[in-house]
Design a binder for this molecule. Structure first.
Ligand SMILES: N=c1c2ncn([C@@H]3O[C@H](COP(=O)(O)OP(=O)(O)OP(=O)(O)O)[C@@H](O)[C@H]3O)c2ncn1[C@@H]1O[C@H](COP(=O)(O)O)[C@@H](O)[C@H]1O
Length: 112
């Protein structure tokens, strides 16, 4: 199991406990599920912006942290919307199979 899959399992457990009405003191993830999709999307946007700024500033220490914040919030969004992390990875796997086949992957229909 990758670290992403492990964190996603924790996130899903937080969601299940939130939906079951179990108290989850000090859980930032439970706080996000309680706030709902608008707040989660806002955090994804904020973290994406902070990631871009860190890159533009050439600050790789900051960039590593911001990328992780972004990935975590994207995972919370995926869980909130009912996706499994394996659904996301499956798309990546399928794209990976297209390596070395750039023309096909980026095919542009000139008639449209
Ligand atoms: N990977 C993360 C993770 N990355 C970032 N963050 C939190 O994301 C927040 C981002 O910081 P910000 O300053 O932007 O946000 P904030 O001001 O705290 O919050 P808002 O007021 O903006 O809502 C911080 O509170 C971080 O702690 C995370 N919180 C939790 N996890 C993982 O999620 C799992 C469950 O965590 P809990 O639900 O907190 O137990 C654990 O495996 C954790 O490692």
């Amino acid at each position: 199991m990758t670290v992403y899959q492990e964190i996603f399992e924790v996130i899903k457990q937080r969601k299940a406990d939130y939906e079951a009405g179990k108290a989850q003191e000090n859980s930032y993830t439970a706080y996000l599920f309680d706030k709902g999709v608008d707040k989660i999307c806002k955090k994804v946007g904020e973290e994406a912006t902070e990631t871009v700024i860190a890159a533009k500033n050439g600050d790789n220490d900051e960039l590593k942290n911001e990328i992780n914040d972004l990935l975590y919030h994207v995972m919370v969004l995926a869980a909130n919307q009912g996706l499994e992390w394996s659904d996301v990875e499956k798309v990546l796997d399928e794209r990976n199979e297209k390596i070395g086949n750039l023309k096909k992957f980026h095919q542009v229909d000139k008639n449209t």
